[in-house]
Design a binder for this molecule. Sequence first.
Ligand code: RIB
Ligand code: CA
Length: 313
Amino acid sequence: MHRIIIDGDPGHDDILAFLVALAHPEEIEILAYTTVVGNARVEDCSRNVLKVQDYFGIQIPVAQGYDQPLTRELHLAGQFHGPSGLDGAPFLIPSKRKVEGKHAIEYLKDILEKSEQKVEIVSMGPLTNIAMLIKTYPQVIDKIERLIMMGGCFSLGNALAKSEFNIFHDPEAAKIVFDSPLKIVMAGIESCFAGSILLKDIEELKPEGRATYLLKSILTFYSQYAYKNNWDRIPIFDVTPIMYLLKPEIFREEEYHVEVEIKGELTLGMTVCDQRGPVYLPVVENPKKVLMDCDREEFSREFFASFRRLDER
Ligand code: RIB
Ligand code: CA
């Protein structure tokens, strides 16, 4: 059983990832959801995950985190997610529930200190909350089994040529996390593109229940930029770390020493995956697992099957 905390900036793909995890209660127990600014303002991210929970009648605690990067200007991603951060599903009713009274890092600290077993953190947004958690309360690192994160890239960027949005949004936070003793699995852009969903599969999707109805609405909105760019598929980035939890065997992973660039002009936020062998690179203490590729068919099959499982709930 994976006992996880999700930290994200929902966000269409964040919500899809949350729902894929929810569809597998026999394998994944979600202890809490912490929100961070990224795709949208942090208040909107909290509102989005609360109204999706109401839609499914579930009550997983939501604790709200940072509303700004540690030092940088705010860059939201309204061009992909709309001003609300989850446009395209107007039938989702704003929740009457509130977020937890504590800040996300206080809430995380309490959960981790109280937990007898180690917990896996799955991050799907900028690393501001995670960085401030381990900086403020370094003792909790021992209670974190590993951080499985959507973020970074081996070589193909999106925010910049070599930088991925979640890292680029708060490079200083990412540097704190990557330089820490945390065990990290990095689901970078390459592995997310490898698991892309075909637009024709979205077009052919026939909703049979609440979950597939919501799925069709979310993907129809979220895939607009793919049509504009004449793509035949769309990456659903944040589903990747959850799919890795469920089916690690469909991924190809490699190990690298990874550091985050915080000074570059063209490379700000780059996750520098060091390919030098032992001849030129001193011993690497804490290499990161970098997901490089995956079986797209299997990824897509499991993705759609997860929503059919939620329909049957
Ligand atoms: O670069 C993709 C990442 O940025 C995803 O997590 C998406 O939700 C946005 O946060
Ligand atoms: Ca995200």
